[in-house]
Design a protein around this ligand. Structure first.
Ligand code: UDP
Ligand code: MG
Length: 319
Protein backbone atom coordinates (compact mmCIF):
# COMPACT_ATOMS: atom_id res chain seq x y z
CA UNK A 1 0.00 0.00 0.00
CA UNK A 2 1.23 3.47 -0.82
CA UNK A 3 1.73 5.57 2.22
CA UNK A 4 0.01 8.86 1.42
CA UNK A 5 1.79 10.67 4.23
CA UNK A 6 5.11 9.81 2.61
CA UNK A 7 4.41 11.81 -0.53
CA UNK A 8 2.33 14.62 0.81
CA UNK A 9 4.24 17.69 1.90
CA UNK A 10 5.12 17.92 5.56
CA UNK A 11 3.25 20.37 7.76
CA UNK A 12 6.13 22.65 8.66
CA UNK A 13 9.28 23.52 6.82
CA UNK A 14 12.18 25.33 8.43
CA UNK A 15 14.37 27.27 6.02
CA UNK A 16 17.82 28.23 7.23
CA UNK A 17 20.29 30.36 5.24
CA UNK A 18 23.83 29.21 5.98
CA UNK A 19 27.15 30.70 5.06
CA UNK A 20 30.22 29.04 6.58
CA UNK A 21 28.47 27.70 9.67
CA UNK A 22 29.72 24.09 9.70
CA UNK A 23 30.29 24.13 13.48
CA UNK A 24 26.76 25.28 14.24
CA UNK A 25 24.77 22.88 12.06
CA UNK A 26 24.94 19.77 14.28
CA UNK A 27 23.77 21.51 17.46
CA UNK A 28 21.12 23.47 15.54
CA UNK A 29 19.72 20.35 13.84
CA UNK A 30 19.59 18.50 17.18
CA UNK A 31 17.79 21.29 19.06
CA UNK A 32 15.46 22.06 16.19
CA UNK A 33 14.46 18.45 15.58
CA UNK A 34 13.70 17.98 19.27
CA UNK A 35 11.59 21.16 19.35
CA UNK A 36 9.66 20.24 16.19
CA UNK A 37 9.04 16.61 17.08
CA UNK A 38 7.21 17.82 20.15
CA UNK A 39 4.77 20.04 18.28
CA UNK A 40 4.47 19.34 14.55
CA UNK A 41 2.84 16.41 12.77
CA UNK A 42 5.63 16.32 10.23
CA UNK A 43 8.41 18.64 9.22
CA UNK A 44 11.47 19.19 7.08
CA UNK A 45 14.48 21.43 7.55
CA UNK A 46 15.82 22.99 4.37
CA UNK A 47 19.28 24.47 4.68
CA UNK A 48 20.26 26.92 1.97
CA UNK A 49 24.04 26.79 1.66
CA UNK A 50 24.92 30.24 0.39
CA UNK A 51 28.20 29.31 -1.30
CA UNK A 52 30.06 28.31 1.86
CA UNK A 53 33.78 27.64 1.57
CA UNK A 54 34.11 25.59 4.76
CA UNK A 55 32.74 22.10 5.51
CA UNK A 56 29.12 23.31 5.58
CA UNK A 57 27.88 21.22 2.66
CA UNK A 58 29.71 18.04 3.77
CA UNK A 59 28.16 18.50 7.20
CA UNK A 60 24.72 18.86 5.62
CA UNK A 61 25.30 15.73 3.54
CA UNK A 62 26.15 13.80 6.70
CA UNK A 63 23.08 15.14 8.52
CA UNK A 64 20.85 14.25 5.54
CA UNK A 65 22.23 10.71 5.46
CA UNK A 66 21.21 10.20 9.10
CA UNK A 67 17.89 12.04 8.94
CA UNK A 68 16.27 12.53 5.51
CA UNK A 69 14.03 15.24 6.96
CA UNK A 70 17.15 17.41 6.86
CA UNK A 71 17.51 18.71 3.32
CA UNK A 72 19.74 21.16 1.54
CA UNK A 73 20.09 23.39 -1.47
CA UNK A 74 23.55 24.61 -2.32
CA UNK A 75 24.16 27.81 -4.29
CA UNK A 76 26.80 28.04 -7.01
CA UNK A 77 28.38 30.94 -5.09
CA UNK A 78 27.60 33.39 -2.28
CA UNK A 79 24.44 35.33 -3.19
CA UNK A 80 23.77 36.87 0.22
CA UNK A 81 21.39 36.11 3.04
CA UNK A 82 18.38 37.88 1.53
CA UNK A 83 18.57 35.78 -1.62
CA UNK A 84 19.12 32.63 0.45
CA UNK A 85 15.87 33.40 2.29
CA UNK A 86 14.08 33.69 -1.07
CA UNK A 87 15.44 30.29 -2.09
CA UNK A 88 14.34 28.80 1.22
CA UNK A 89 10.79 30.01 0.59
CA UNK A 90 10.91 28.77 -3.03
CA UNK A 91 11.87 25.27 -1.94
CA UNK A 92 9.34 24.86 0.82
CA UNK A 93 6.26 22.92 -0.20
CA UNK A 94 4.62 23.02 3.18
CA UNK A 95 1.67 24.65 4.87
CA UNK A 96 3.99 26.95 6.80
CA UNK A 97 7.63 27.97 6.78
CA UNK A 98 9.81 28.99 9.70
CA UNK A 99 12.82 31.17 8.85
CA UNK A 100 15.79 31.27 11.19
CA UNK A 101 19.52 31.92 11.34
CA UNK A 102 21.97 29.05 11.57
CA UNK A 103 24.12 30.50 14.33
CA UNK A 104 21.69 29.62 17.16
CA UNK A 105 20.99 33.30 17.87
CA UNK A 106 17.39 32.38 17.14
CA UNK A 107 16.54 29.77 19.78
CA UNK A 108 14.78 26.73 18.23
CA UNK A 109 12.73 26.40 21.43
CA UNK A 110 10.72 29.47 20.39
CA UNK A 111 9.49 27.77 17.20
CA UNK A 112 6.69 25.83 18.97
CA UNK A 113 5.30 29.20 20.15
CA UNK A 114 5.26 30.38 16.54
CA UNK A 115 3.44 27.23 15.52
CA UNK A 116 0.89 27.69 18.31
CA UNK A 117 0.14 31.23 17.06
CA UNK A 118 -0.14 29.92 13.50
CA UNK A 119 -2.67 27.32 14.64
CA UNK A 120 -4.66 30.18 16.18
CA UNK A 121 -4.93 31.60 12.66
CA UNK A 122 -2.05 34.06 12.35
CA UNK A 123 -0.33 34.00 8.96
CA UNK A 124 2.72 36.12 9.68
CA UNK A 125 4.22 35.33 13.10
CA UNK A 126 7.43 37.20 13.81
CA UNK A 127 9.96 37.00 16.61
CA UNK A 128 10.57 40.27 18.43
CA UNK A 129 13.91 40.70 20.17
CA UNK A 130 13.44 41.53 23.84
CA UNK A 131 16.61 43.64 23.78
CA UNK A 132 19.48 44.38 21.46
CA UNK A 133 22.22 44.38 24.08
CA UNK A 134 23.96 41.37 22.52
CA UNK A 135 24.81 43.56 19.51
CA UNK A 136 27.76 45.98 19.56
CA UNK A 137 26.72 49.56 20.55
CA UNK A 138 27.81 51.01 17.22
CA UNK A 139 25.61 48.54 15.36
CA UNK A 140 22.65 49.50 17.58
CA UNK A 141 23.31 53.16 16.87
CA UNK A 142 23.17 52.47 13.13
CA UNK A 143 20.06 50.34 13.60
CA UNK A 144 18.29 53.19 15.45
CA UNK A 145 19.28 55.68 12.78
CA UNK A 146 18.05 53.32 10.08
CA UNK A 147 14.69 52.68 11.76
CA UNK A 148 14.25 56.41 12.35
CA UNK A 149 14.79 57.12 8.65
CA UNK A 150 12.64 54.20 7.59
CA UNK A 151 9.77 55.30 9.87
CA UNK A 152 9.97 58.80 8.41
CA UNK A 153 10.41 57.98 4.73
CA UNK A 154 9.59 54.31 4.21
CA UNK A 155 6.33 53.46 2.48
CA UNK A 156 5.77 50.47 4.78
CA UNK A 157 6.02 50.50 8.55
CA UNK A 158 8.41 48.03 10.12
CA UNK A 159 7.57 46.55 13.50
CA UNK A 160 10.44 47.43 15.87
CA UNK A 161 12.68 44.57 16.97
CA UNK A 162 11.25 42.19 14.36
CA UNK A 163 13.70 40.44 12.09
CA UNK A 164 13.89 37.46 9.83
CA UNK A 165 13.11 34.95 12.61
CA UNK A 166 9.47 34.18 11.83
CA UNK A 167 6.79 31.81 10.62
CA UNK A 168 4.91 32.41 7.38
CA UNK A 169 1.72 30.71 6.31
CA UNK A 170 1.35 29.29 2.79
CA UNK A 171 -0.70 32.33 1.75
CA UNK A 172 2.13 34.67 2.82
CA UNK A 173 4.76 32.49 1.12
CA UNK A 174 2.82 32.54 -2.15
CA UNK A 175 2.56 36.31 -1.94
CA UNK A 176 6.30 36.61 -1.33
CA UNK A 177 7.17 34.24 -4.14
CA UNK A 178 5.53 36.67 -6.57
CA UNK A 179 8.05 39.32 -5.57
CA UNK A 180 11.18 38.53 -7.53
CA UNK A 181 13.05 41.74 -6.86
CA UNK A 182 16.84 41.48 -6.79
CA UNK A 183 17.63 44.13 -4.21
CA UNK A 184 15.78 42.28 -1.50
CA UNK A 185 15.01 43.73 1.86
CA UNK A 186 13.11 40.80 3.36
CA UNK A 187 12.05 42.57 6.53
CA UNK A 188 10.32 45.18 4.41
CA UNK A 189 8.71 42.57 2.16
CA UNK A 190 7.40 40.66 5.18
CA UNK A 191 5.76 43.84 6.46
CA UNK A 192 4.53 44.86 3.02
CA UNK A 193 2.50 41.69 2.40
CA UNK A 194 0.42 42.24 5.52
CA UNK A 195 -1.88 39.32 6.54
CA UNK A 196 -2.89 38.65 10.11
CA UNK A 197 0.36 39.23 12.00
CA UNK A 198 1.56 38.86 15.55
CA UNK A 199 4.89 39.31 17.36
CA UNK A 200 6.32 36.74 19.76
CA UNK A 201 9.01 38.09 22.11
CA UNK A 202 12.25 36.13 22.38
CA UNK A 203 15.75 36.57 23.81
CA UNK A 204 18.54 36.66 21.28
CA UNK A 205 21.28 34.23 22.20
CA UNK A 206 24.99 34.71 21.66
CA UNK A 207 26.27 33.42 18.35
CA UNK A 208 27.23 29.76 19.01
CA UNK A 209 30.49 29.81 17.09
CA UNK A 210 32.23 31.88 14.45
CA UNK A 211 31.49 35.57 14.00
CA UNK A 212 28.88 37.72 12.29
CA UNK A 213 29.03 37.62 8.50
CA UNK A 214 28.00 41.26 8.26
CA UNK A 215 30.70 43.92 8.28
CA UNK A 216 29.69 47.56 8.78
CA UNK A 217 30.26 48.13 5.07
CA UNK A 218 27.82 45.34 4.19
CA UNK A 219 25.28 46.59 6.73
CA UNK A 220 25.36 50.13 5.33
CA UNK A 221 24.89 48.77 1.80
CA UNK A 222 21.99 46.64 3.05
CA UNK A 223 20.41 49.62 4.84
CA UNK A 224 20.65 51.80 1.71
CA UNK A 225 19.12 49.10 -0.48
CA UNK A 226 16.37 48.64 2.09
CA UNK A 227 15.57 52.33 2.25
CA UNK A 228 15.69 52.78 -1.49
CA UNK A 229 13.50 49.83 -2.29
CA UNK A 230 10.83 51.06 0.11
CA UNK A 231 11.03 54.80 -0.42
CA UNK A 232 11.35 57.22 -3.29
CA UNK A 233 11.87 60.13 -0.90
CA UNK A 234 15.64 60.41 -1.63
CA UNK A 235 14.74 60.92 -5.30
CA UNK A 236 11.95 63.40 -4.74
CA UNK A 237 13.64 65.49 -2.10
CA UNK A 238 15.82 67.15 -4.77
CA UNK A 239 12.84 68.85 -6.31
CA UNK A 240 12.26 70.66 -2.99
CA UNK A 241 15.94 71.37 -2.43
CA UNK A 242 16.14 72.77 -5.97
CA UNK A 243 13.11 74.97 -5.42
CA UNK A 244 14.53 76.30 -2.16
CA UNK A 245 17.91 77.04 -3.70
CA UNK A 246 16.34 78.78 -6.72
CA UNK A 247 14.21 80.95 -4.48
CA UNK A 248 17.30 81.84 -2.47
CA UNK A 249 19.25 82.65 -5.66
CA UNK A 250 16.43 84.91 -6.89
CA UNK A 251 16.35 86.76 -3.60
CA UNK A 252 20.12 87.15 -3.75
CA UNK A 253 19.94 88.47 -7.32
CA UNK A 254 17.37 91.05 -6.28
CA UNK A 255 19.49 92.06 -3.29
CA UNK A 256 22.67 92.50 -5.35
CA UNK A 257 20.80 94.40 -8.06
CA UNK A 258 19.44 96.78 -5.47
CA UNK A 259 22.86 97.18 -3.80
CA UNK A 260 24.59 97.85 -7.12
CA UNK A 261 22.02 100.47 -8.05
CA UNK A 262 22.37 102.24 -4.68
CA UNK A 263 26.09 101.81 -3.93
CA UNK A 264 27.63 101.04 -7.32
CA UNK A 265 29.83 98.09 -8.32
CA UNK A 266 31.69 96.41 -5.54
CA UNK A 267 34.26 93.68 -6.38
CA UNK A 268 35.28 91.75 -3.24
CA UNK A 269 33.39 88.52 -2.63
CA UNK A 270 35.94 85.81 -3.37
CA UNK A 271 35.17 83.82 -0.20
CA UNK A 272 31.40 83.75 -0.66
CA UNK A 273 31.86 82.77 -4.32
CA UNK A 274 34.18 79.88 -3.67
CA UNK A 275 32.08 78.61 -0.79
CA UNK A 276 28.87 78.66 -2.80
CA UNK A 277 30.53 77.01 -5.82
CA UNK A 278 31.87 74.23 -3.64
CA UNK A 279 28.60 73.84 -1.76
CA UNK A 280 26.38 73.64 -4.82
CA UNK A 281 28.92 71.49 -6.68
CA UNK A 282 28.83 69.05 -3.78
CA UNK A 283 25.07 69.07 -3.65
CA UNK A 284 24.80 68.40 -7.38
CA UNK A 285 27.20 65.49 -7.19
CA UNK A 286 25.31 64.11 -4.21
CA UNK A 287 21.96 64.29 -5.98
CA UNK A 288 23.51 62.69 -9.07
CA UNK A 289 24.81 59.93 -6.81
CA UNK A 290 21.30 59.34 -5.48
CA UNK A 291 20.03 59.12 -9.05
CA UNK A 292 22.85 56.69 -9.81
CA UNK A 293 21.83 54.46 -6.90
CA UNK A 294 18.28 54.19 -8.17
CA UNK A 295 19.42 53.64 -11.74
CA UNK A 296 21.66 50.82 -10.50
CA UNK A 297 18.61 49.25 -8.83
CA UNK A 298 16.60 49.57 -12.04
CA UNK A 299 19.52 48.16 -14.05
CA UNK A 300 19.69 45.10 -11.79
CA UNK A 301 15.96 44.48 -12.27
CA UNK A 302 15.97 45.09 -16.01
CA UNK A 303 18.71 42.54 -16.64
CA UNK A 304 16.23 39.98 -15.36
CA UNK A 305 18.87 37.52 -14.20
CA UNK A 306 17.73 34.67 -11.99
CA UNK A 307 17.89 35.47 -8.28
CA UNK A 308 20.27 32.58 -7.63
CA UNK A 309 21.78 29.47 -9.18
CA UNK A 310 21.67 26.11 -7.48
CA UNK A 311 24.67 23.81 -7.76
CA UNK A 312 23.42 20.85 -5.71
CA UNK A 313 20.32 19.61 -3.95
CA UNK A 314 19.86 17.11 -1.14
CA UNK A 315 16.33 15.75 -0.80
CA UNK A 316 14.57 18.70 -2.45
CA UNK A 317 13.18 18.82 -5.95
CA UNK A 318 13.98 21.42 -8.52
CA UNK A 319 11.67 24.38 -8.38
N1 UDP B 1 24.23 34.27 5.92
C1 UDP B 1 24.04 33.86 4.61
N2 UDP B 1 24.72 34.49 3.60
C2 UDP B 1 25.56 35.54 3.84
C3 UDP B 1 25.72 35.97 5.16
C4 UDP B 1 25.04 35.33 6.19
O1 UDP B 1 23.29 32.91 4.35
O2 UDP B 1 26.14 36.06 2.88
C5 UDP B 1 23.52 33.58 7.01
C6 UDP B 1 24.39 33.16 8.18
O3 UDP B 1 24.99 31.91 7.94
C7 UDP B 1 23.38 33.10 9.31
C8 UDP B 1 22.44 34.24 8.96
O4 UDP B 1 22.60 34.48 7.58
O5 UDP B 1 22.66 31.89 9.32
C9 UDP B 1 22.69 35.47 9.78
O6 UDP B 1 24.04 35.85 9.64
P1 UDP B 1 24.91 36.43 10.84
O7 UDP B 1 24.66 35.66 12.08
O8 UDP B 1 26.31 36.53 10.39
O9 UDP B 1 24.27 37.88 10.97
P2 UDP B 1 23.94 38.72 12.29
O10 UDP B 1 23.40 37.78 13.30
O11 UDP B 1 25.23 39.34 12.70
O12 UDP B 1 22.94 39.71 11.81
MG1 MG C 1 23.86 35.98 13.81
Amino acid sequence: MVDIAENSPPEISVAVPVFNEAQNLGPLAARLTAALEACARSFEIVFVDDGSSDATFETLRALNAVDPRIKAVSFSRNFGKEIAIAAGLDHARDAAVVLMDADLQHPPEVVPQFIAKWREGYKNVYGVRRDRSSDPPLRNLFANLFYGLFDRFGETSLPRGAGDFRLLDRQAIDALSRMRERARFSKGLFAWIGFKSVGVPFDVEERASGRSKFSYGKLIRFALDGLMSFSSAPLKIWAYVGMGVSAFALAMAAFYFWRTVIYGVDVPGYASLIVSIAFFGGMQLFSLGVLGEYIALIFAEVKGRPLYLVAERLGVEER
